[in-house]
Design a protein around this ligand. Structure first.
Ligand code: AMP
Length: 160
């Protein structure tokens, strides 16, 4: 992909977002995390498959991402988003995309460079994913925990 956009940087850690980034007041952190913990307590571990290469931009189009979109597991992810959205609504915070495209970002760059990554680059990347011998096992992911990051604090909610 760097032959199309040299400024692309690989992600150092991988995640699948269930919310946008929101601004939490300091004294809201504890009740927010408590509410999340309660609402997520009943959820079980599940698998998803992330194997569809897709290009994303953030909402103000200041960054572009190459991600692997989920092709199986969408239903469970929507159920989780519904609980996370419930907590966000309690605190009058913006909820997630109404029609989310669940994905794991692999690389990113500054600016809106979607035009350069879509088309040929995206097709070549998808061919690599499709032709990769171990893709079936590597792209099938079991989710074991939900995490909430606030400032430098991480809160973890294990799935059952
Ligand atoms: P992430 O790696 O989870 O931060 O996602 C990268 C970017 O994709 C975020 O800045 C999202 O705003 C953006 N994005 C664009 N369209 C969507 C969508 N339909 N569903 C989820 N994320 C999206």
């Amino acid at each position: 992909a760097r032959t199309f956009v040299p400024s692309l940087a690989a992600m150092e850690e991988f995640h699948l977002s269930l919310s946008q980034c929101v601004v939490l007041r300091y004294h809201w952190i504890e009740p927010f995390v408590r509410s999340l913990r309660e609402r997520l307590a009943a959820f079980h571990r599940f698998f998803c498959v992330a194997d569809q290469v897709k290009v994303y931009t953030n909402q103000n189009k200041t960054r572009t991402f190459i991600g692997l979109e989920v092709s199986a597991g969408h239903f469970q992810l929507l159920e989780l988003v519904s609980e996370v959205d419930g907590v966000l609504e309690e605190f009058d915070l913006p909820t997630f995309y109404k029609d989310p495209s669940f994905h794991i970002s692999l690389a990113w760059c500054v600016g809106d460079l979607a035009g350069r990554l879509e088309g040929q680059c995206l097709r070549e990347l998808q061919d690599i994913v499709d032709g990769f011998e171990e893709s079936a096992s590597l792209l099938r992911i079991q989710w074991e925990q939900i995490r909430c990051k606030s400032g430098n604090k991480y809160f973890s909610f294990p799935l059952r």
